[in-house]
Design a protein around this ligand. Structure first.
Ligand code: BG6
Ligand code: MG
Length: 217
């Protein structure tokens, strides 16, 4: 098979923390007096914390100074951290562990490629770090998705050519990042929300090595 490594986004792919990001941003929007829907939230997925705030304020048509922005981002993060503190391995999305084990047993390398500065703490809470051959997270990158930096650093750390890498992503910004890095890409979610992925699947429950081979052989 052409695929030598798989790179996984974290939020919304390995765990449903995309939900916690949404709830935390929604609280900020509620406090500022405007509504923030799950549809609006699609624009924030995969995007860095400060860029997410910029999009949120644009949706609410609100302008604030830099100091207030930093305070809002800190408030959102404290709320988000309070959610993730309570996470357990039960919150790993269905099929993820089985699929990671199948990849490993087939000799395919595995990396995490996440924009989140909270990624290490989440991996710790859900006790999954040992499944990854490389972990690239928000503190290791300077350019946010759709820049391919996070995935390219993963490919370098694994020693695999980007063209032989397959990325799993739930966010449009992440799909664009994978494409910008010249990688293969499977979207996780609904096809109407994700363009330019090679395939879109609802989750890992129905994905196995045979299916992967049939797509990428
Ligand atoms: C991404 C999420 O993984 O990480 C985004 O999809 C989030 O929603 C970004 O804004 C940054 O996360 P954090 O934990 O550093 O605020
Ligand atoms: Mg994501």
């Amino acid at each position: 098979m052409e695929i030598k490594a798989c790179l996984f986004d974290l939020d919304g792919v390995v765990v449903d923390t995309a939900r916690y990001h949404y709830l935390a941003w929604k609280k900020i929007a509620d406090d500022l007096g405007f509504s923030f829907s799950e549809h609006d939230n699609e624009r924030l997925k995969g995007v860095s914390r400060m860029e997410s705030l910029d999009i949120l304020l644009e949706i609410g048509k609100i302008k604030v100074d830099l100091k207030t922005k930093e305070e809002l981002a800190a408030t959102k993060n404290s709320l988000y951290v309070s959610y993730i503190q309570k996470m357990t391995p039960d919150e790993i999305l269905p099929g993820v562990i089985r699929f990671l084990d199948e990849l490993h047993n087939s000799g395919i390398l595995i990396a995490l490629g996440s924009a989140s500065k909270n990624a290490m703490s989440i991996l710790d809470k859900i006790n999954i770090s040992q499944k990854f051959d490389a972990v690239i997270e928000g503190n290791k990158v300077s350019k946010a998705k759709p820049d391919p930096e996070v995935f390219l650093k993963g490919a370098i750390e694994l020693g695999v050519d980007p063209h032989d890498c397959l990325v799993f992503e739930d966010a449009q910004a992440g799909i664009d990042a994978a494409r910008n890095g010249g990688m293969h890409i499977i979207g996780i979610g609904q096809p109407e929300n994700l363009t330019n992925a090679e395939f879109v699947i609802p989750g890992f429950e129905t994905l196995n090595m045979n299916q992967l081979r049939s797509w990428y052989l």
